[in-house]
Write a protein of this length. Structure first.
Length: 163
């Protein structure tokens, strides 16, 4: 009888361990890479320069005027998209174009998305990035846009550069 009770207890322990294993495995499928609790600090600690762009799974190159541009995320929700040495905004070549485009930014409560608002001062200019992976050195995001009626998925990798 004592042996029978021990077998029942062992079965319960094995069942509980199996349930716990399933719970842990299901939690891992929803995990986003990177340290969630420090994402705002990571974003604000450095400026972010685009180093790789993939559109709908195929490599895409940047125009020369965007190759040295970078994003600055200022604490308190302001941001700037800085133009590099070749200013994309200076289409006339006068040298009088703005050196950056201002925007507002927010992160979702779960820190999985970055929202860009009032891009260039236009209240209707909005877009978002889904954070795929983030460390203090690298930021990988996905942006979905519609270009000429076609859904486009942009996967972007940014490298942290000093402020």
């Amino acid at each position: 009888m004592r042996c029978h009770l021990m077998m029942n207890e062992m079965k319960r322990i094995v069942l509980l361990l199996a349930i716990l294993g399933v719970m842990v495995a299901s939690c891992d499928t929803n995990n986003v890479r990177g340290d969630l609790k420090n994402r705002r600090d990571m974003l604000e600690a450095s400026n972010w320069k685009l180093i790789n762009l993939i559109g709908n799974g195929g490599s895409t190159s940047l125009p020369p005027c965007q190759q040295d541009n970078y994003y600055e995320f200022i604490p308190g929700s302001d941001g700037k998209y800085h133009e590099g040495a070749i200013n994309c905004l200076d289409s006339n070549g006068t040298g009088n174009a703005p050196t950056y485009t201002p925007f507002k930014w927010q992160m979702t409560g779960d820190l999985r998305y970055i929202y860009f608002l009032d891009y260039g001062g236009d209240p209707d200019a909005r877009f978002s990035w889904e954070i795929l992976n983030m460390t203090f050195e690298e930021l990988k995001v996905r942006q979905k846009i519609v270009e000429n009626g076609i859904d486009v998925r942009l996967d972007m990798t940014f490298r942290a550069i000093s402020k």
